[in-house]
Design a protein around this ligand. Structure first.
Ligand SMILES: Cc1ncc(COP(=O)(O)O)c(C=O)c1O
Length: 424
């Protein structure tokens, strides 16, 4: 252990100085090419001090802060238990292995799972990697969510599950999806990586199936730098996931039903399933403890900004924003927009203008994922005809929405749009 000699004392006082200045500097870390960026750093001194605390107490790997954050997240989410992992993609991966892990598989390799064609790609890779056959379903360009009639048309005798995503924070029509799942005996997974805090009929999304994933990447509703969570409806599911999160190891779990008698093994190194190492660090969980406390305030602010911006968009002829189902309360991750097919300007023209004016833009995630080069590698992607996804692919884009964008930013943003639209 290093001692507090003169050199270390001066390094330490440098760190304290940085820390004291950090609240004002935090969003200057990025070069300011954009005055309206996609996201801002949403962590501050509390999170940094918590990280230093983990390091100074030499408890940096998964430990008590992870347990505590999992508990707090489960309380917020209103579910039985949660399993923290090192990214949202890991959450999707681990969830998918609920279906086909050798210890307690729910499905058989080759069974079909329906996944929307517009999403983050790891939601698609995960069930494929778990040995299921992914069948891509079209997306409704009005809502950005799974197209219900295409979903119904893709159900066959081999279909066993649906993996929905509440894209950019807009909840899917859960009543219809639950009905269809019940009629056809399908299991439901939810990707809520862009929808933390969104609700359907008063229930948080992520509570409608056998598990749901969340991401805490930098720009998401809360951040642990990298990180993710799985929300579980029961303790047994969480235990199976905890085992697979850490090597298949019977550690950090009760698993009372795992009888080790008759095995000549040291219970400290007992392996009961296959698994990965997808564990988070306690430094990430420490961030999460502060961020989850701030989440209601963050989301309220995002909602206020989104409402203001969408009120303006609703008055436009050539631009629209996603339709929200009656029973849905979105937790907008971003400000998604669609250029109308009768518009005199293209998506390229408006996004180039916005970028030149210092407003950062992005396409609606993958657009039609079957149109990407990776599509050539897999038979699942050979049929590329997804009419709704193509509309999103060609005419959709989004702008950032962060708790640190201000009302003044929004007014300025609206002015930039007005200047552009007034040319037509
Ligand atoms: C819908 C969706 N699913 C999964 C992920 C993966 O999360 P991560 O970036 O934490 O791996 C993302 C990431 O943005 C996402 O938007």
């Amino acid at each position: 252990m290093s001692s507090l000699n003169n050199e270390n004392t001066s390094k330490l006082s440098g760190v304290i100085q940085l820390l004291l200045e950090s609240s004002s500097r935090i969003n200057e870390a990025k070069p300011r090419r954009y005055w309206y960026p996609l996201s801002h750093a949403t962590y501050g001194v509390d999170e940094i001090l918590e990280a230093i605390d983990s390091m100074c107490s030499f408890r940096t790997t998964m430990w008590e802060k992870t347990l505590l954050f999992e508990r707090r997240f489960a309380d917020y989410q209103g579910c039985a238990d949660c399993v923290m992992v090192n990214s949202g993609s890991s959450a999707d991966l681990l969830l998918s292995f609920l279906f086909t892990n050798p210890r307690n598989p729910l499905l058989r390799p080759g069974d079909e799972i329906l996944v929307p064609v517009v999403t983050w790609p790891t939601q698609v890779w995960s069930p494929m990697m778990a040995g299921l056959k992914v069948v891509l379903v079209d997306v409704n360009p009005e809502t950005l969510n799974i197209d219900i009639s295409d979903l119904q048309s893709k159900i066959t005798a081999s279909t066993k599950a649906i993996f929905i995503v509440h894209l950019l924070g807009n909840p899917c029509p859960m009543d219809r999806i639950l009905e269809i799942a019940k009629e056809n005996n399908l299991l439901i997974l939810e990707d809520c990586c862009e929808a933390l805090g969104a609700e359907w009929n008063g229930t948080k999304v992520g509570n409608f199936g056998i598990g749901s994933s969340f991401s805490f990447f930098f720009s998401h509703h809360i951040t642990t730098m990298e990180g993710g969570m799985i929300a579980c409806p029961d303790l047994t599911t969480a235990e199976h996931l905890k085992v697979m999160r850490a090597h298949g190891w019977l550690r950090n779990v009760e698993m009372s039903h795992c009888d080790l008698s008759g095995y000549d093994i040291d219970p400290r190194y007992a392996f009961v399933n296959w698994g990965f190492n997808l564990r988070p660090t306690d430094v990430q969980a420490g961030f999460g403890l502060h961020q989850i406390r701030r989440l209601p305030e963050f989301n309220q602010h995002r909602e206020d900004l989104a409402n203001k911006f969408f009120d303006f968009i609703d008055e436009q002829i050539f631009l629209s924003r996603p339709r929200v189902e009656k029973l849905a309360r979105p937790a907008w991750f971003a400000l998604p927009l669609m250029v109308s097919d009768e518009s005199p300007f293209t998506r390229q023209e408006i996004t180039s203008y916005l970028e030149a004016q210092g407003v950062e833009t992005r396409p609606v995630v993958t657009g039609n994922i079957a149109r990407h080069p990776v599509g050539k590698l897999f038979s699942e992607f050979q049929d590329k005809t997804f009419k709704g996804a193509d509309v999103i692919h060609e005419r959709g884009f989004y702008l950032g929405l962060s708790p640190f964008h201000t009302l003044r930013d929004l007014e300025k943003l609206i002015q930039v749009f007005e200047d552009f639209i007034s040319r037509y």
